[in-house]
Design a protein around this ligand. Structure first.
Ligand SMILES: *[C@@H]1O[C@H](CO)[C@@H](O)[C@H](O)[C@H]1NC(C)=O
Ligand SMILES: *[C@@H]1O[C@H](CO)[C@@H](O)[C@H](O)[C@H]1NC(C)=O
Length: 188
Protein backbone atom coordinates (compact mmCIF):
# COMPACT_ATOMS: atom_id res chain seq x y z
CA UNK A 1 0.00 0.00 0.00
CA UNK A 2 2.80 2.36 0.89
CA UNK A 3 4.39 1.82 -2.51
CA UNK A 4 1.09 2.60 -4.22
CA UNK A 5 0.83 5.81 -2.17
CA UNK A 6 4.26 6.88 -3.35
CA UNK A 7 3.32 6.11 -6.96
CA UNK A 8 0.12 8.16 -6.63
CA UNK A 9 2.11 11.00 -5.09
CA UNK A 10 4.65 10.91 -7.95
CA UNK A 11 1.77 10.89 -10.41
CA UNK A 12 0.06 13.89 -8.75
CA UNK A 13 3.30 15.84 -8.52
CA UNK A 14 3.91 15.15 -12.21
CA UNK A 15 0.36 16.31 -13.03
CA UNK A 16 0.82 19.52 -11.04
CA UNK A 17 4.04 20.22 -12.89
CA UNK A 18 2.19 20.40 -16.19
CA UNK A 19 0.22 23.43 -14.99
CA UNK A 20 2.97 25.83 -14.11
CA UNK A 21 3.38 28.27 -16.95
CA UNK A 22 2.23 31.55 -15.41
CA UNK A 23 3.99 31.40 -12.07
CA UNK A 24 6.51 33.39 -10.12
CA UNK A 25 9.89 32.67 -8.54
CA UNK A 26 8.34 30.94 -5.51
CA UNK A 27 6.56 28.41 -7.72
CA UNK A 28 9.77 27.81 -9.67
CA UNK A 29 11.50 27.05 -6.33
CA UNK A 30 8.73 24.61 -5.39
CA UNK A 31 8.92 23.00 -8.82
CA UNK A 32 12.63 22.31 -8.24
CA UNK A 33 11.93 20.92 -4.74
CA UNK A 34 9.55 18.37 -6.30
CA UNK A 35 11.86 17.56 -9.20
CA UNK A 36 13.35 14.41 -7.58
CA UNK A 37 9.84 12.84 -7.62
CA UNK A 38 8.99 13.95 -11.15
CA UNK A 39 8.88 11.49 -13.98
CA UNK A 40 10.72 12.27 -17.18
CA UNK A 41 8.54 12.50 -20.29
CA UNK A 42 9.20 12.46 -23.98
CA UNK A 43 7.27 14.94 -26.12
CA UNK A 44 7.36 14.88 -29.92
CA UNK A 45 6.33 17.89 -31.96
CA UNK A 46 5.91 18.38 -35.68
CA UNK A 47 5.40 21.68 -37.49
CA UNK A 48 6.42 23.77 -40.49
CA UNK A 49 8.61 26.82 -40.25
CA UNK A 50 8.09 29.68 -42.73
CA UNK A 51 11.00 32.04 -43.23
CA UNK A 52 10.36 35.03 -45.52
CA UNK A 53 13.56 37.03 -45.89
CA UNK A 54 12.80 38.76 -49.19
CA UNK A 55 9.83 39.74 -51.32
CA UNK A 56 7.37 42.60 -50.78
CA UNK A 57 4.95 41.28 -48.18
CA UNK A 58 4.98 39.93 -44.68
CA UNK A 59 8.73 39.73 -44.27
CA UNK A 60 9.50 37.60 -41.19
CA UNK A 61 13.31 37.70 -41.21
CA UNK A 62 15.37 40.88 -41.49
CA UNK A 63 19.00 41.35 -42.38
CA UNK A 64 20.63 43.18 -39.47
CA UNK A 65 24.40 42.95 -39.91
CA UNK A 66 27.20 41.75 -42.12
CA UNK A 67 30.97 41.65 -42.26
CA UNK A 68 33.21 43.76 -44.46
CA UNK A 69 33.77 40.81 -46.81
CA UNK A 70 30.23 39.39 -46.80
CA UNK A 71 29.29 40.79 -50.22
CA UNK A 72 32.25 39.02 -51.83
CA UNK A 73 31.81 35.76 -49.90
CA UNK A 74 30.27 32.83 -51.83
CA UNK A 75 28.94 31.55 -48.47
CA UNK A 76 27.63 34.97 -47.22
CA UNK A 77 30.09 34.65 -44.33
CA UNK A 78 29.25 37.22 -41.64
CA UNK A 79 25.62 37.87 -42.60
CA UNK A 80 23.13 37.99 -39.71
CA UNK A 81 19.34 37.83 -39.76
CA UNK A 82 16.79 38.29 -36.97
CA UNK A 83 13.59 36.30 -37.45
CA UNK A 84 10.11 36.02 -36.04
CA UNK A 85 8.88 33.16 -38.19
CA UNK A 86 5.45 31.53 -37.95
CA UNK A 87 5.26 27.83 -37.06
CA UNK A 88 2.24 26.15 -38.60
CA UNK A 89 0.52 22.81 -38.27
CA UNK A 90 0.37 22.22 -42.03
CA UNK A 91 2.50 22.98 -45.06
CA UNK A 92 0.48 26.03 -46.08
CA UNK A 93 1.30 29.40 -44.47
CA UNK A 94 -2.45 29.84 -43.90
CA UNK A 95 -2.75 26.65 -41.83
CA UNK A 96 -3.13 26.89 -38.04
CA UNK A 97 -0.32 28.81 -36.33
CA UNK A 98 1.17 26.91 -33.38
CA UNK A 99 3.78 29.46 -32.39
CA UNK A 100 6.79 31.42 -33.59
CA UNK A 101 10.50 30.90 -34.00
CA UNK A 102 12.13 34.05 -32.62
CA UNK A 103 15.87 34.62 -32.69
CA UNK A 104 18.73 34.88 -35.07
CA UNK A 105 20.67 33.03 -37.69
CA UNK A 106 24.16 33.91 -38.83
CA UNK A 107 26.14 32.68 -41.81
CA UNK A 108 29.09 31.24 -39.92
CA UNK A 109 30.81 29.05 -42.52
CA UNK A 110 33.71 30.72 -44.28
CA UNK A 111 34.27 27.96 -46.84
CA UNK A 112 30.90 26.23 -46.81
CA UNK A 113 27.31 27.38 -46.46
CA UNK A 114 26.41 26.88 -42.82
CA UNK A 115 24.31 28.77 -40.27
CA UNK A 116 24.56 29.27 -36.57
CA UNK A 117 20.98 29.12 -35.24
CA UNK A 118 20.10 30.67 -31.90
CA UNK A 119 16.37 30.95 -31.35
CA UNK A 120 13.36 30.21 -29.18
CA UNK A 121 10.34 28.17 -30.24
CA UNK A 122 7.53 30.17 -28.63
CA UNK A 123 4.32 28.16 -28.41
CA UNK A 124 1.06 30.10 -28.52
CA UNK A 125 -1.66 27.43 -28.62
CA UNK A 126 -2.90 24.36 -26.81
CA UNK A 127 -1.17 22.66 -23.87
CA UNK A 128 2.19 24.33 -24.63
CA UNK A 129 0.80 27.88 -24.86
CA UNK A 130 3.23 30.22 -23.08
CA UNK A 131 6.08 27.69 -22.98
CA UNK A 132 9.30 27.91 -24.94
CA UNK A 133 12.12 25.69 -26.18
CA UNK A 134 15.59 27.08 -26.89
CA UNK A 135 17.49 25.84 -29.95
CA UNK A 136 21.21 26.50 -30.32
CA UNK A 137 23.10 24.74 -33.05
CA UNK A 138 24.70 24.40 -36.43
CA UNK A 139 22.49 24.35 -39.51
CA UNK A 140 24.58 23.27 -42.52
CA UNK A 141 23.36 23.12 -46.11
CA UNK A 142 22.65 19.37 -46.08
CA UNK A 143 19.31 17.54 -46.51
CA UNK A 144 18.97 16.59 -42.84
CA UNK A 145 19.95 19.09 -40.14
CA UNK A 146 20.06 18.28 -36.48
CA UNK A 147 20.13 21.02 -33.86
CA UNK A 148 20.35 20.64 -30.07
CA UNK A 149 17.54 21.86 -27.82
CA UNK A 150 19.40 23.23 -24.84
CA UNK A 151 16.57 24.22 -22.53
CA UNK A 152 13.06 25.50 -22.12
CA UNK A 153 10.53 27.34 -19.99
CA UNK A 154 7.03 26.66 -18.67
CA UNK A 155 6.08 23.04 -19.25
CA UNK A 156 9.49 22.62 -20.90
CA UNK A 157 11.61 23.61 -17.88
CA UNK A 158 14.94 21.70 -17.93
CA UNK A 159 14.17 20.33 -21.40
CA UNK A 160 16.80 18.70 -23.57
CA UNK A 161 16.34 17.33 -27.02
CA UNK A 162 16.88 17.51 -30.72
CA UNK A 163 15.23 19.50 -33.50
CA UNK A 164 15.51 17.84 -36.91
CA UNK A 165 14.97 20.14 -39.85
CA UNK A 166 14.36 19.34 -43.50
CA UNK A 167 14.12 21.94 -46.24
CA UNK A 168 10.84 21.39 -48.12
CA UNK A 169 10.95 24.31 -50.54
CA UNK A 170 12.91 27.42 -51.22
CA UNK A 171 12.38 30.28 -53.63
CA UNK A 172 14.93 33.00 -54.26
CA UNK A 173 12.32 35.08 -56.10
CA UNK A 174 9.67 35.15 -53.38
CA UNK A 175 12.25 34.83 -50.62
CA UNK A 176 10.32 32.02 -48.95
CA UNK A 177 11.87 29.05 -47.24
CA UNK A 178 9.64 26.27 -45.96
CA UNK A 179 11.25 23.95 -43.44
CA UNK A 180 9.74 20.89 -41.81
CA UNK A 181 10.63 20.40 -38.14
CA UNK A 182 10.48 17.26 -36.02
CA UNK A 183 11.28 17.95 -32.40
CA UNK A 184 11.88 15.39 -29.63
CA UNK A 185 12.35 16.63 -26.08
CA UNK A 186 12.88 15.09 -22.68
CA UNK A 187 11.29 17.13 -19.87
CA UNK A 188 9.36 16.70 -16.63
C1 LIG B 1 0.29 38.88 -45.51
O1 LIG B 1 -0.41 38.73 -44.29
C2 LIG B 1 -1.76 39.12 -44.36
C3 LIG B 1 -2.35 39.09 -42.97
O2 LIG B 1 -1.96 37.93 -42.27
C4 LIG B 1 -2.49 38.19 -45.35
O3 LIG B 1 -3.84 38.55 -45.44
C5 LIG B 1 -1.81 38.27 -46.72
O4 LIG B 1 -2.38 37.33 -47.58
C6 LIG B 1 -0.31 38.00 -46.60
N1 LIG B 1 0.32 38.27 -47.88
C7 LIG B 1 1.18 37.42 -48.44
C8 LIG B 1 1.73 37.86 -49.77
O5 LIG B 1 1.50 36.35 -47.93
C1 LIG C 1 -2.44 31.59 -24.72
O1 LIG C 1 -2.12 32.21 -23.48
C2 LIG C 1 -2.36 33.61 -23.49
C3 LIG C 1 -1.81 34.18 -22.19
O2 LIG C 1 -2.18 33.41 -21.08
C4 LIG C 1 -3.84 33.86 -23.68
O3 LIG C 1 -4.10 35.25 -23.71
C5 LIG C 1 -4.27 33.25 -25.01
O4 LIG C 1 -5.67 33.38 -25.18
C6 LIG C 1 -3.90 31.77 -25.05
N1 LIG C 1 -4.16 31.29 -26.41
C7 LIG C 1 -4.76 30.14 -26.65
C8 LIG C 1 -4.99 29.82 -28.08
O5 LIG C 1 -5.09 29.35 -25.77
Amino acid sequence: MEKLGILVMIFLVAMQMVDCVDEGAKEVDEWFDKLPYAKQKVTKLHFFFHDRFAGKHNITAVRVAQGSGTNKSPTFFGLVFIMDDPLTEGLKPTSKELGRAQGLYAFSGRDELSLLMSFNLVFTTGEFNGSTLTVLGRNPAVPHREMPIVGGSGVFRMARGVASAKLRSFSMTTGNALIEYNVVVLHY
